[in-house]
Design a protein around this ligand. Sequence first.
Ligand SMILES: Cc1ncc(COP(=O)(O)O)c(C=O)c1O
Length: 301
Amino acid sequence: MEPTKYIWMDGEFVLWEEAKVHALTHALHYGSGAFEGLRAYETPEGPALFRVQEHFERLFYSTKAIGMEIPFSVEELEEATLELVRRNELEHCYIRPLAFYGYGKMGLNPTDAPVQVMIACWPWGAYLPHEMVDLKVSSYIRIHPKSTVADAKICGHYVNSILAVRELIGTDFHEALFLDYEGNIAEGPGENFFLVKGGTVKTPPLGNVLAGITRETVMELLKGEGYTTVEAQISLEEALEADEAFFTGTAAEVTPIRSIDGKILGSGSIGPVSQMTKQLYFDTVRGKKEDFRKYISFARR
Ligand SMILES: Cc1ncc(COP(=O)(O)O)c(C=O)c1O
């Protein structure tokens, strides 16, 4: 991780090395926080933050699930993020907002624990550093929607993802794939799943997966190209017979999938719909698609 100069913490810009918390921070013990991940892309008009408003709106949705009231507005957090990117003099970066229950109260009920908010950013290239990825179906299922608010981006949920990616250590697989409690495809540990079969694009429905902002963007982009994405359950058997498949996510962007559990999908090379989606996505986040510039906030200096 490449340190930058400042981290925004509880309303102030503090030096990277000084952005610290107490050892008895509630969230450190119980995962009682929620986070976001967004990116700023380099453009001739300055760093372009993609869908910053939607990311903070989702943060508020996630924190609401754990009864947390963030002592800032979406607009204040947006402005803090733009200013942070400016102050850190970055042309492109990954941005990590986090809201969490802090120090002052122990025990599971977080009521009365102080709420802390931080935003950090640093240069972070491709999350999945391969043109295409080989997936392993995880032996863990994606968290059950009746065990938690499954579509909130709550810190504690990510132990599920950590377990899945730890299973890959020492294997040749690049990323994990979760099934849901019914055995259908859910998503990756940090990515939504899409497949293409006979010209139809399909993705698992919302409810048991994160409502990915990239997922939504890609569906909108594909619609513009005449593809209506079908949101429906996908069995593992159906996924293995796909012509193409790809992951979407802020970190993973659009990453084509080569194989699942060793079974090569389609031709084994990047399919035409995946290639087109990837290109459309990169053009969009770099502000090259006029209709989608509404999603971009420039951190001009
Ligand atoms: C579990 C999970 N699924 C999907 C995604 C993709 O979401 P987005 O496109 O909003 O980054 C993420 C990343 O936030 C995630 O953590």
